[in-house]
Ligand binder design. Sequence first.
Ligand SMILES: [Zn+2]
Ligand SMILES: [Zn+2]
Length: 106
Amino acid sequence: MSIIYIELDEDMEMPCPCQRCGEWFDLHNGRGSKSWYPGTVICKECSDEEREEMEVEAAEQEEEDDYEEEDPDDFNPDTCPECGSDEAGAPICSQCGCLLVDQDDD
Ligand SMILES: [Zn+2]
Ligand SMILES: [Zn+2]
């Protein structure tokens, strides 16, 4: 006499094989797959892996979103440091008369 023996937990109510790893699990303990097998319940272990992978992908996408250059318009070199008047190209401010060019050279 031989009995086909499948290793199942005694308290499994609805044993079913996991689509991903093939292990038997109780449907009540499984999780709905969101990324790998949409609409399918997979075992908890695989679901955890799937969630980790999704979190990694989400984190990578966030990094890309954060990768923005700083706004170069924040600093306007043509603006007079004394009165704030826009003096593009002028050596002397027409509003307050202060010098707008560096006078380091003798
Ligand atoms: Zn699995
Ligand atoms: Zn000025």
